[in-house]
Design a protein around this ligand. Structure first.
Ligand code: AMP
Length: 329
């Protein structure tokens, strides 16, 4: 996307964000940030106590209070997972709230602000017609996300929570994008804005001798995860093909449907299959695998520090031992 269009898109995000915060259409929750190193990655932990009140689309608002993380789903929730949203469920993205709308990105996708944000300028790339959050990412989804990533001044992290155990709450297809860096202090130390897992993934790519767009396993992580390296010339069609290859690796040897998380930056796409939504009391979505975890209380923080963020991720991912020998790269 030409530089002028990038800066126009970013200006629009800033302008709509300021207006939405001022009117109360979107609410930013204050967070306390701390870092925690585990297995060679410095994780950014954010504690947002007020988020306890956030509605949960598939397991909450229409169906009563959200289940505590780690608890068994009710029979009502099991029914929703099998048959889709319950009667009375209101899709927040169709129609979306006008005050949260930034601009259309293409005939198929539009850009919204996240209504409940813990970092400024957290946006959602949403399909304009209903599509399911169970569907794989296609070139249209990825082209729309690429536009927004290119517009973020220091880059960003797009993520996709797909399937029952992925940490998603809304059934309407949406990628989310947060600007980098996750933490200013962490960025000052690194001298570069990148997700905390980037170096580990670079090392995995070097170990595998993988060229850009060639999938490789990230065996340095204590759970199954696969990646491709990207560059500025990567097209949306190439991204779709890469996403499809990574998904086949995630699905190998696991019962369908496989829940999974996707992380996309301008440098990499990372995908990993999910076994469960929560580690103990803490629900984890795609962003955890980029290196930042949202916590809701000081008790959560204590739990995360004791457990270690990487061990928490290992508990909600699938072990390498579940990878069939014939699928190994
Ligand atoms: P997920 O939980 O991964 O499915 O992502 C859904 C996102 O939509 C969450 O980050 C919510 O904060 C956000 N959200 C929920 N309701 C609305 C709304 N009415 N408008 C915009 N964003 C919303």
């Amino acid at each position: 996307m030409p530089a002028q269009e990038c800066s126009a898109l970013w200006s629009k995000v800033l302008q709509v964000y300021d207006a939405a915060q001022a009117s109360g259409a979107a609410t930013k929750t204050d967070t306390q940030v701390t870092t925690c190193s585990d297995a060679g990655v410095t994780f950014v932990l954010r504690i947002a106590a007020a988020l306890k009140a956030k509605p949960k689309g598939l397991s909450g608002s229409a169906a009563g209070p959200a289940a505590a993380p780690g608890s068994q789903p009710s029979s009502q929730q099991q029914q929703q997972q099998q048959q889709g949203p319950p009667p009375g469920f209101r899709n927040p993205f169709l129609p979306y709230e006008e005050a949260l709308w930034v601009q259309h990105l293409s005939p198929s996708h539009t850009l919204l602000l996240n209504k409940f944000n813990v970092v400024p300028h957290h946006v959602l790339v949403v399909t304009r017609q209903f599509e399911s959050q169970q569907d794989p990412l296609n070139a249209h989804d990825l082209a729309a996300a690429q536009q927004v990533l290119a517009a973020m001044p220091r880059g960003g992290v797009a993520f996709y929570n797909c399937g029952e155990h992925s940490g998603r709450s809304q059934p309407h297809k949406h990628l989310q994008i947060v600007p980098l860096p996750f933490d200013e202090e962490e960025q000052q130390q690194l001298g570069v804005a990148q997700p905390p897992v980037q170096q580990l993934i670079n090392a995995a790519q070097a170990a595998a001798g993988a060229q850009p767009l060639q999938p490789f396993p990230v065996r340095q992580l204590p759970f199954r995860a696969y990646a491709v390296a990207l560059d500025n010339s990567t097209t949306a069609e190439q991204l779709e093909a890469a996403a499809s290859q990574l998904l086949s690796h995630c699905q190998a040897g696991l019962p369908a449907p496989v829940s999974y998380n996707v992380i996309l930056t301008q440098e990499l796409m990372l995908m990993l299959p999910r076994k469960q939504e929560s580690c103990g009391r803490i629900a984890i979505n795609s962003l955890g695998f980029a290196g930042t975890i949202l916590l809701r209380s000081q008790e959560d923080l204590q739990f995360a520090q004791q457990q270690g963020p990487m061990s928490m991720l290992a508990e909600v991912g699938h072990p390498w031992s579940s990878e069939p020998a014939e699928a190994k790269m």
